[in-house]
Ligand binder design. Structure first.
Ligand code: ZN
Length: 282
């Protein structure tokens, strides 16, 4: 009798634990990095403040795919216009709407796109996914549809056609504003500002038992994160703000190992990679 009671108690204790495990598995996002092109031999000094010399790095263009039982989310959506491929001599280019097929995703299945910033190689691809809501910081949108093009404004890296595309998304009701720092954009994904790669760039934390921060260009390379060195001063509106953001990303992730930079080829070496898709978290 004693044995049976113990078993019974064990079972009672086990049921909610199983339920919790089940819930977490369903809600927690898998995280994958998809390369859709590469640029060979860019000066490292382009990415890291204070780097001198001619050391080169081959950089990938990356789309981040986050999936759970309810949603298929992209963090950044790449680019597709040929003029940029020519300008940067991009190798092995695949349009982002085709590149997601490497991870088994059809463009129409993407439910949400969180855009880190308006630069051509991150924002442009958002125009390729017909059913997605597109999330961007309100201040980023307001600046690049307005003041950036006025005297004294800074429109570097912004494609006018993308600005028109984003205005159209807004008129269609598919553009959604993220308003400021530490906002839960979608359940389980928080957005943060302060990287200042552009006027109001954002980075995200994908929640979970072991949270992962996706920096986009607020940190280009693992070097920026691991040495807490900001991106090149020409690639940020504020070196100080960028430096602080990198420190904060590490805190938000709980480990320097769980902060993913925007353009580091080592993403596809440090994590299990099949073809052009690296699995950061199953
Ligand atoms: Zn950028």
């Amino acid at each position: 009798m004693q044995y049976k009671v113990t078993n019974f108690i064990a079972l009672i204790l086990l049921i909610p634990m199983l339920f919790v495990a089940e819930t977490r598995a369903g809600d927690e996002y898998s995280i994958r990095a998809i390369s859709f092109g590469e640029v060979k031999g860019v000066n490292r000094s382009f990415f890291v403040e204070g780097e001198a010399g001619e050391d080169k790095v081959d950089i990938p263009f990356v789309i981040w795919l986050l999936q759970n039982k309810d949603r298929t989310v992209l963090f950044d959506a790449g680019y597709f216009r040929e003029s940029w491929t020519k300008q940067w001599n991009t190798q092995n280019f695949v349009s982002p709407d085709k590149a997601v097929a490497n991870a088994g995703v059809k463009p129409e299945e993407v439910t949400d796109i969180i855009v880190s910033h308006m630069h051509w190689d991150h924002a442009q691809g958002a125009l390729l996914f017909p059913n997605a809501n597109v999330w961007i910081q309100e201040d980023e949108y307001v600046y690049y549809t307005g003041g950036a093009w006025q005297e004294g404004g800074n429109s570097g890296g912004i494609d006018k056609r993308d600005v028109e595309g984003f205005v159209k998304l807004n008129l269609e009701g598919r553009l959604k504003f993220v308003k400021g720092d530490n906002v839960e954009v979608i359940k389980g994904i928080h957005a943060y500002t302060g990287g200042k790669h552009t006027f109001q760039s954002q980075y995200i934390r994908v929640d979970g038992k072991e949270p992962v921060v996706l920096a986009s260009d607020n940190a280009y390379l693992f070097q920026n994160i691991e040495t807490q060195t900001p991106i090149n001063k020409n690639a940020t509106f504020s070196l100080l703000s960028n430096r602080k953001a990198i420190k904060r990303m590490i805190e938000l992730a709980g480990s320097v190992k769980r902060v993913m930079p925007g353009h580091d080829p080592a993403i596809f070496e440090r994590f299990p990679t099949k073809g052009r898709v690296a699995t950061i978290r199953e």
